[in-house]
Design a protein around this ligand. Structure first.
Ligand code: MG
Length: 387
């Protein structure tokens, strides 16, 4: 288990909970990085006294310099700053919980420097899974998943023979719009989409949960993390988010991991791996829940999920295109520029109209991502022109 951790995305939902876990178990926090929130970042730094402090949004660097004066931290900015943290000698374990494709370069940099990666940035694996897993394999660097489903699968795979794994069951809460038709979702507001029943998370992942894009990204993430064929992943809607996922072995034994829906459990498992120590969370009471339910996903209404599975089957840059299109579309929806259902339409259109190509280096990933975002912006401009 690690003695210290550097946290990218420290002011977000995962980041703040990771700090709580680190403090409970006496792990030193050696570096903190936030996207834009200077005041919260400096407040964390005042308490934790990390060596390195980074603001990813470079336009906020002078604000950081002013606010962090006298703290004695080395101040950094931009993706360059994130990468510097990723490879710094004081970084023992790198926890990457930034949102979006921007997390890929720091992950690759951390792997090249031999740092174990506690990974909450799923877009990293969706966009650049081939590069990440190849590099991690070559460097012998462990990727410890923080996503609750992937942590569950990771835990269920321990102590059994990988060659006897038949498939995995990836559970999905179904989001706030479970059971709704496309027609019913036509006038969905940002506020409605941000209201998740079980998990409290950042706005991008909450919208992804409402469209089920999140489950699609997790489908692709699982393929990379656990080296699975698409047909080895069964997605099951489980409204209570108590069974965090399960694996099925050749003898049809199903082994699942359960717990209350609290990200501190997977965060702690990744940071303390392979130890299991008390966690600052509520214990699970199955009798309080009483009933756990399971259902098939609605692939027609939630076409982002379908797009991701399709992208995963196409391979190459297709998952990166779906992810980039989604990041641009979600930002547009949150900004009030497109209606809710347009997100899925744009992701599918990007996948249909941009040809997939092989990804052999970071530049290939960045180019595919850029092309998908530009495509979505162009489509939104056309929507505006024809409205
Ligand atoms: Mg998840």
């Amino acid at each position: 288990m690690t003695n210290s951790v550097a946290i990218l995305g420290s002011t977000g939902s995962i980041g703040t909970q990771a700090i709580e876990v680190a403090q409970m178990h006496g792990l030193r926090v050696t570096a903190l990085a936030a996207n834009t929130r200077v005041d919260e970042l400096v407040k964390q730094a005042r308490q934790l006294r990390p060596e390195l402090l980074c603001i990813a949004d470079e336009s906020r660097y002078s604000a950081l310099k002013e606010a962090a004066a006298g703290l004695g931290c080395r101040l950094l900015a931009g993706t360059e700053g994130l990468c510097e943290i990723a490879q710094h000698e004081s970084t023992e374990t790198l926890l990457n919980s930034v949102v979006g494709m921007v997390g890929l370069l720091p992950t690759l940099t951390g792997i090249a420097a031999g740092k174990p990666i506690a990974l909450a940035n799923k877009e990293t694996l969706v966009a650049g899974g081939a590069l990440v897993m190849k590099a991690a394999g070559e460097e012998g660097v462990p990727i410890l998943p923080i996503d609750s489903e992937h942590s569950a699968i990771f835990q269920c795979l321990r102590g059994n023979k990988r060659g006897q794994l038949k498939k995995i069951i990836l559970t999905a809460s179904g989001g706030p719009f479970f059971g709704k038709t496309k027609e019913a979702l036509r006038n969905t507001t940002v506020q409605e989409a941000l209201n998740h029943p079980n998990w409290s998370m950042g706005s991008k992942i909450t919208i992804d949960s409402a469209t089920l894009m999140n489950k699609g990204l997790e489908f692709i993430e699982a393929r990379w993390l656990f080296d699975l064929a698409p047909e080895q992943i069964e997605i099951v809607v489980h409204r209570q988010s108590v069974l965090h996922s399960a694996v099925v072995y050749d003898d049809d034994s199903v082994i699942g991991q359960m717990g209350v829906p609290d990200m501190k459990i997977p965060i702690q498992y990744a940071l303390l791996y392979p130890e299991r120590l008390p966690c600052p969370t509520k214990p699970l009471s199955l009798t309080d829940y009483g009933t756990l339910t399971f259902a098939k996903p609605d692939y027609e209404t939630f076409d982002c999920l379908t797009a991701c599975i399709r992208a995963s089957e196409i391979g190459g840059s297709a998952p990166c295109i779906a992810n980039g299109a989604n990041e641009a579309a979600v930002a547009a929806f949150l900004g009030g520029r497109i209606p809710f259902l347009r997100i899925g339409e744009l992701v599918n259109a990007a996948l249909d109209q941009i040809p997939a190509s092989p990804l052999t280096c970071y530049e290939d990933v960045a180019a595919a991502d850029h092309r998908a975002r530009a495509f979505v912006e162009e489509m939104i401009r056309e929507d505006g022109a024809s409205a």
